[in-house]
Write a protein that binds this ligand. Structure first.
Ligand code: ZN
Length: 266
């Protein structure tokens, strides 16, 4: 699948993923309030979703991408303590030292994914959200540093986090057999050319190509799909909305549902 935005880096990619279209005014990684309506805030306004939507992200720019100025559901990002109405003992313990663990990347903008995972997983078990968004970051940082061994290690660790969350949902009465998990990225990294692997952006051919995996009761298990029509990141928010029973509407036209992901295979 591919990005429809022409920038091939994070904020425009996450915007496209979460709001369902490319917006040319969203073209930097600066901390600017996202003007577009994302899937989380759309769901937050649906009956039965109040206080049942949450986002956890390693990169602190997510406060602007998902927009904490306009929204009051839980959005927790960056290297700062997590404040919420209810906290588990583990979350309270993480809060006591997160600011003592400085990020090695971009000053203090990005926290270690272990914090994001633990805060989010605890939140899931405590609050039972109906829509939970989690954004990890370490693979991108290690790739930029061209530390391939650490990149592989952190990808493997991310796999473990994903497995832990999925296994928990399948062991919990409320979620078992009723939960869909989607995994994707905000951009690709292109192909390895002239030893240049590591970065992305419009100067890296192929960085617009990425992948998505999805598992859940409404999605047929048809394995890896190749040689299909190209799917765009702008279609994923609509697809998740559809799986929850909603026609996702934003402030601009959104991409259409990815048929094979929702069992509509002709
Ligand atoms: Zn990057």
């Amino acid at each position: 699948m591919r990005l429809t935005n022409p920038y091939w880096f994070s904020y425009p990619g996450y915007n496209e993923l979460l709001v369902g279209f490319n917006d040319d005014s969203v073209n930097s990684n600066e901390k600017e309030w996202n003007p577009n309506i994302n899937l989380l805030e759309f769901l937050d306004q649906q009956e039965g979703f109040e206080d049942r939507v949450a986002a956890f992200a390693s990169w602190d720019v997510f406060d602007w991408i998902i927009n904490t100025e306009r929204n009051d559901f839980t959005i927790n990002s960056g290297g700062y303590p997590f404040y919420d109405e209810k906290l588990t003992p583990k979350q309270q313990w993480l809060n006591t030292f997160i600011e003592d663990v400085p990020s090695p990347w971009y000053g203090s903008a990005v926290r270690w994914d272990a914090f994001t995972f633990e805060y989010a997983f605890e939140y899931l078990k405590l609050n039972k959200p109906r829509f939970l968004y989690i954004s990890f970051d370490e693979t991108d940082e290690f790739a930029h540093q061209r530390e391939y061994d650490k990149y592989l290690n952190t990808a493997n660790r991310s796999d473990g986090y994903i497995k832990a969350i999925w296994d928990w949902t399948q062991s919990n009465e409320m979620y078992r057999g009723k939960t869909t998990m989607m995994i994707t990225t905000d951009h690709g990294r292109g192909s390895y050319e002239n030893g240049a692997w590591g970065s992305h952006g419009d100067g890296v051919p192929g960085a617009e190509f990425l992948w998505t995996a999805i598992i859940g009761p409404d999605t047929p298990a048809i394995g890896e799909m190749t040689n299909t029509d190209t799917i765009a990141t702008s279609q994923l928010a609509t697809t998740l909305g559809y799986l929850l029973g909603y026609d996702f509407i934003s402030n601009q036209p959104v991409g259409h549902v990815v048929d094979p992901m929702v069992g509509l295979i002709k």
